[in-house]
Design a protein around this ligand. Sequence first.
Ligand code: PMP
Length: 476
Amino acid sequence: YLQSMPKSETIKLREKHIGAACQLFFRSSPLKIVRGVAQFMYDETGERYLDCINNVAHVGHCHPHVVEAGRNQMSLISTNNRYLHDEIVMLAERLVKTMPEPLSVCFFVNSGSEANDLALRLARVHTKRKDVITLDHAYHGHLTSMIDVSPYKLNLPGGPEKPDWVHVAPVPDVYRGKYTYPNDSTSEENLGKLYADEVGKLCDEIKKKGGVCAFIAESLQSCGGQIIPPEGYLKKVFKHVREANGVCIADEVQVGFGRVGTHMWAFETQGVVPDIVTMGKPMGNGHPVAAVITTPEIAKSFTDTGVEYFNTYGGNPVSCAIANAVLDVIEEERLMERAARVGNHLLSRCEGLQHKHKLIGDVRGRGLFVGVELVTDRETRNPATAEAKHVVNRMREEKILISRDGPDSNVLKFKPPMVFTTQDADRLVDTLDRVLSELNGGMTVNVKLEMMVTPIRDEVSNSSLQTNMPQLLKAI
Ligand code: PMP
């Protein structure tokens, strides 16, 4: 009952009817996932994979409490928020309790993109200005408005052109960014200032032509390669933006809901209070539900336009019941504490690997948000892109799913469901150790060859280079 057709048929139908632009993991040998339980996913043959990527399945795939909440509410009523319903107000009250004052007014939507789009609309209405500052390599969503503020997509050769109202500040990456440790400063505080002043300079420029509408950023940049900004960075940025009368939007779509372990929201790790917070992904544990939380003052500006807001599915009782159940599980299973404990273990084990493998240039993270940056040379910090690709493919063969990110796709990314255990972390690191040792022990030439033939290889195969070397050589 887990599949309606053989995998080969699924692939054929997908190729025929689903837009080829849609992302697919391991494209030339994709996975067919039919079931999930906690931190594991199963393919159609019953093979089990350890999921180290899925930050959406926050409290674990198919958590029974969440499934039950959705099923119950679905059997009672699924309507829209033009009627009163207890689930929506309870959810709003619970979310607001996790926020610092004055963040207290909620709008419910269906995806992270929609949440950020509404945040931008609120900022525009409130400030009556248009210009937005975003960070390089940032991703804030797939809507037209969000692609415009997402250099992650704008920078691609075929991507849309950056509009004039969008201003891009350097990402505060102290390892491979504009200012690095220890080259530009050995003090974190100082690096934070150097990066924040870049935003300050943009604010000054924008002020000359009218003024800043908003600054939008993830408080820990995930798409840019698991970036942890230096201490004090956001405090100084928010000061610059507010002096220019702009509002500060924190995108918590990936990093929210306790993933950082020490706090419910990643912006709290920088000691700031944004004007608008957006959230999504983990909120529904796989069900589409997202939200925007803002101040009464900004919400009033929106009301004062006289244009009523309506969103057919945003805040429907089923989505809200599911989001309430997710919050129950985070609290009852003490998942934030677990994220801190398991995350620290994972981070220190990865740091251990760094001593052993020269390929690992940097290890960074907060809770269950960890990045391992691969470089070909620790001095030059050149990205080991091909090696990272190889590692991701080899880990898949070992039934462990990880991903890679960053502008050079050389950062291994771990953001597992929060039910991840120390044993899972050990398995992940031990396997990574083995795969990196293989690279040290003679695979390097193959990987170099891969750099030359990557476009051809994508056509012919996607599993490990070693196993496909004859095919590859034929392709050359
Ligand atoms: N913001 C961030 C930081 C994201 O990572 C994403 C999705 N990857 C989005 C916004 C958009 O969310 P969605 O895909 O739910 O529209």
